[in-house]
Ligand binder design. Sequence first.
Ligand code: NDP
Ligand code: 2IT
Length: 449
Amino acid sequence: MSEIMEMIKARDPEQREFHQAVHEVLQSVQPVLERNPEYRQQGVLERIVEPERVITFRVVWMDDEDQVQVNRGYRVEMNSALGPYKGGLRFHPSVNLGIIKFLAFEQGFKNSLTTLAMGGGKGGSDFNPRGRSDAEVMRFCQAFMAELQRHIGPNTDIPAGDIGVGAREIGYLFGMYKKLRNEFTGVLTGKSLAWGGSLIRPEATGYGAVYFAAEMLATRDQTMEGKTCLVSGSGNVAQFTTEKINELGGRVVTLSDSTGYIYDEQGVDEGKLAFVKQLKNIRRGRISEYCDEYPDAVYVAVDPSRDFNPLWDHQAHCAFPCATENELNDRDAENMIKNGVDLVSEGANMPSTPGAVDRFVEHRLLYAPGKAANAGGVAVSGLEMAQNSMRLSWPREEVDERLKQIMKSIHKTCLDAGAEYGQPGNYVAGANIAGFVKVVNAMLDQGLV
Ligand code: NDP
Ligand code: 2IT
């Protein structure tokens, strides 16, 4: 394992998030490698950490002041052993190749857990949508797709949303793909309902993270009823996590964005959540405005250079980090444990630092890593692809029921794999082992390609 880590660090020394993601998986799968020496003989580790294809490109567009803007575009096609490359697009100024590679690496194992036939991929750009007009976002999306279109297709690579890419961006991207290729196909997921989208796709990641939490609680004969929950983020995943927690009788007391968080002792109920959806999705405002509408809540600005985040320092039973990678460190984890949190279900990808993960595992929390807990989003993307292929759409109840069954199945798969390798109740080991074994066996079947 240490040789592989040294190799990837030597090759790409600056890709810290990618190193972090690989290290976690390699650590978990150590017992699998010991039991299956052919994996090492066949060089699976060397192969699995190297993307099948990396595409980077220039994106040139004109802003509203007639200034030329140049951004970088990426698509990492990581692994196609289980199906066409599948994974979201992220538009955020922090995007770089290391971040896209970490996300694509995680995506491959997550997609493997869903039971659907999807390989791993991820893409995006360092474009910052904040403060940009609709027209600017449209021109950027069109310029981005002008290049991306030659690399993707409904049986090749199917992008979707992630941070900064929601229904609006998917619409502009789809429109440009259709125009350039003269094809109306399911090449993107997360489309609007009227033109090929699936019911429940917008809700799926958040709902899935709460279904997974409910499954974990059931192993201790508990339910979400009456549980106080900390949620971070206020975007797509945070909103629908909050919605499902409310439906199951829990209470969400925090939401955040990259500048700070709100604490609402009374809970973010259905009406307040409708306000947040309007604020974030339509007006594109800041979470601090929540307190102008609901003065009983408090807003706390959070300095990004802080060594802990006060959001995680409140009394609660459950935590759902739904913002971004490494948003929760070892000190935050200690605060959470001290405050009574005994369940963590990750809506975001890799939101907990390695030190935080160690604390959760040591203290035997019900801790679900993102690749298991947030797999509902890509799972319903897979169901959107299935519906597109059949040219029909399933009713809401049917998609929701399939999502529930998939989350149940992922939960069981993680528990079974953990137990098989001597780590009962460890969802990190279980998710990494189960996700890895399926991908690797498919790679072995398909030879050296
Ligand atoms: P959105 O763009 O809808 O929302 C992102 C939220 O996270 C915003 O509240 C944003 O605040 C906050 N955020 C972004 N960057 C930072 C940062 N550096 N520090 C603190 N807060 C930050 O994205 P999603 O809800 O779709 O994605 C959230 C997470 O869930 C990501 O980790 C994503 O990879 C993951 N995910 C998403 C899926 C999906 O289907 N959409 C599926 C599976 C995982 P601000 O407005 O200030 O930027
Ligand atoms: O991280 C993720 O799983 C996503 N952003 C969703 C990917 C998808 O293809 O729906």
